[in-house]
Design a binder for this molecule. Structure first.
Ligand code: NAD
Length: 407
C-alpha cells in the first residue's frame, strides 16, 4: 500500500503530516511512503532527509495518486477534485464545522478519516490524539506570545532600578491548551488564575499552579466525552457579567474555550474589554472565522482596542512551532495508520469504536452518526461514537447564540 505526504495548501500552514522518523516506522510496517517534494520545507525537513528515511520523493500529481493521502489540515478544492473513489484521506478535517467538505469527500467516493474525531477517552487512542498534541503546543506558545507582547515583566523582579511586580495572568478554559498555558506562565513567574465550566478542572488547574476561580452565578456545565456543553443564553450572560470583574483585575488573559462543533463561546465582551487597563494583553486561542472568545478578535491578527488593550487572534499557534508540532503530529498519524492496517493494507473495521469515531465518509456516503450519516451495516449500531456529541444532541437542550455551526 502506498501512502503519501502531500504539501499542505492552507495559507501559512508550516506543518507536515510525517517526519522522517515516522517514515522509518511506517516502512517497517510494510508501507511504501511517498513524499511530495518540498512538503517538509515549512518544518525545516529536506527532501533528502525523507529520502534517507526511505521515502520516495515525488511530484504533487504522483503524491495525489497514492492509496492513502496523509495531511495535517483539510484538502483544498483542487486536491479533492484530483481524488478518485476508494482513496483514503487522513487529516485534521474538522468535519463538524465543515459540512461542505464532508459532502465533497463523500461525493468523491473517498474514505475520509478525521484524526480530530478520535474518541479521546479510549486508552488505546492516546498515542493518536492529535488534538491534544497540538493543543499542548498551542497552550505553551500562547503564554510565550502573551509574554512577548506584554510591556512589563511576568516574574517578580527586584533590581537596583526598582521592583517589578509579577504579572497577573488569567486563563479561561482549562483543557489541554489551558493547562499548558498555565504551566508555562507559571514557569515565567506570573501569578496565574484560571476558570472553566467543568468542575473537574479545578484540581487540574491547581495542580499546575493556578488559583481557580469559581463563579457564583454559573453552575457546572460538563457535556459529553469530557467536553463542556454550550451554555444557555441566561448562563452565558451571567458568566460574561461575573467574569468581567475578574478580567479587569488581570494584566494578561489567555482564552482557550471551545465546545465541539459550535462557535467558540464569547467570554470577554466589549464592556469587559473597556474595563481592562491600557497595556493589558489578551491571547484569544478561540479566534476563528466564526468568532472567538473575545469581542472583536480577528484570527491571525493583532489589534489594539481604543482603550489600549492588545488582542491577539492566535489561531495558528501549532504551525508557528512547526518542527515540534510536525514531530508530534507524525507520531499521532503513524500510530493511527498502524492501527488501521493489517498485513500492509488498510483494513477498516467500523465495528471498532475507535475506527467508527474517525471514519466520516466511505463508499460515497457520510457514515459518521455525528454528521447525520448512517453507519455502514457492519457497524455496531451505537449512538455517537467518537466521544463527540451527536448532531441532534448538540442542537437539543441548552441553546445559546453560540449555536451549532451547522445550523
Ligand atoms: P476543548 O478544546 O474542547 O475546550 C477547552 C476548554 O474550554 C475545555 O476545558 C472546556 O471545558 C472549556 N470551555 C468550554 N466552554 C466554556 C465556557 N463557556 N466557559 C469556560 N470554559 C469553557 O477541550 P480540550 O482541551 O480538547 O479537552 C477537553 C476534555 O477532554 C478535557 O477534559 C480533557 O482532559 C479531555 N481529554 C481527555 C483525554 C483522555 O481521556 N485521555 C485526552 C484528551 C483530552
Amino acid at each position: 500500500m502506498k501512502v503519501s505526504v502531500v504539501k499542505e495548501t492552507t495559507p501559512g500552514e508550516r506543518r507536515v503530516a510525517l517526519v522522517p522518523e515516522a517514515v522509518v516506522k511506517l516502512r517497517a510496517a510494510d508501507l511504501d511512503v511517498l513524499v511530495e517534494s518540498g512538503a517538509g520545507e515549512g518544518a525545516w525537513l529536506t527532501d533528502d532527509a525523507y529520502a534517507e528515511a526511505g521515502a520516495g520523493i515525488v511530484s504533487r500529481t504522483d503524491a495525489l495518486g497514492a492509496d492513502a493521502l496523509l495531511m495535517v489540515g483539510r484538502p483544498d478544492e483542487s486536491t479533492v477534485a484530483a481524488l478518485r473513489p476508494g482513496q483514503v484521506v487522513i487529516g485534521l478535517l474538522s468535519p463538524l464545522t465543515d459540512p461542505d467538505l464532508v459532502r465533497s469527500l463523500a461525493d468523491a467516493g473517498v474514505t475520509a478519516v478525521s484524526i480530530d474525531m478520535i474518541p479521546r477517552t479510549l486508552p488505546r487512542a492516546q498515542p493518536m490524539d492529535a488534538l491534544s498534541s497540538q493543543a499542548n503546543i498551542a497552550g505553551y506558545k500562547a503564554a510565550l506570545v502573551a509574554a512577548a507582547e506584554f510591556g512589563r515583566f511576568f516574574p517578580l523582579l527586584i533590581t537596583a532600578a526598582g521592583t517589578a511586580r509579577p504579572a497577573k495572568v488569567l486563563v479561561l478554559g482549562v483543557g489541554v491548551a489551558g493547562l499548558q498555558a498555565i504551566g508555562t506562565a507559571r514557569r515565567l513567574g506570573a501569578l496565574v488564575s484560571a476558570y472553566d465550566v467543568r468542575p473537574e478542572t479545578r484540581t487540574e488547574a491547581e495542580s499546575v499552579g493556578a488559583t481557580f476561580i469559581e463563579l457564583s452565578t454559573v453552575g457546572p456545565a460538563a457535556g459529553e466525552g469530557g467536553y463542556a456543553r454550550a451554555l444557555t443564553d441566561e448562563e452565558r450572560l451571567a458568566q460574561q457579567q461575573e467574569l468581567a470583574g475578574h478580567i479587569a483585575r488581570n494584566d494578561v488573559i489567555i482564552t482557550t474555550a471551545q465546545v465541539p462543533g459550535r462557535r467558540p463561546p464569547l467570554l470577554i465582551t466589549e464592556d469587559a474589554l473597556k474595563a481592562m487597563a491600557a497595556g493589558s494583553v489578551i491571547v484569544d486561542m478561540g479566534a476563528s472565522a466564526l468568532g472567538g472568545n473575545v469581542a472583536g478578535s480577528v484570527p491571525g491578527q493583532t489589534i489594539v482596542s481604543e482603550h489600549g488593550v492588545t488582542i491577539i487572534g492566535a489561531s495558528a499557534l501549532p504551525s508557528s512551532m512547526s518542527a515540534a508540532a510536525s514531530a508530534m503530529y507524525a507520531r499521532n498519524m503513524s500510530a493511527l495508520l498502524t492501527y488501521l492496517i493489517k498485513d500492509g493494507e488498510l483494513a477498516l473495521d467500523v465495528s471498532d469504536e475507535l475506527q467508527a469515531g474517525v471514519v466520516i465518509t466511505s463508499g460515497g456516503v457520510v457514515v459518521h452518526p455525528a454528521l447525520g450519516g448512517a453507519p455502514p451495516p457492519t457497524t455496531a449500531n451505537e449512538a455517537a461514537p467518537g466521544g463527540q456529541p451527536a448532531a441532534d444532541e448538540q442542537s437539543s437542550g441548552a441553546q445559546s447564540d453560540e449555536g451549532a455551526v451547522r445550523e
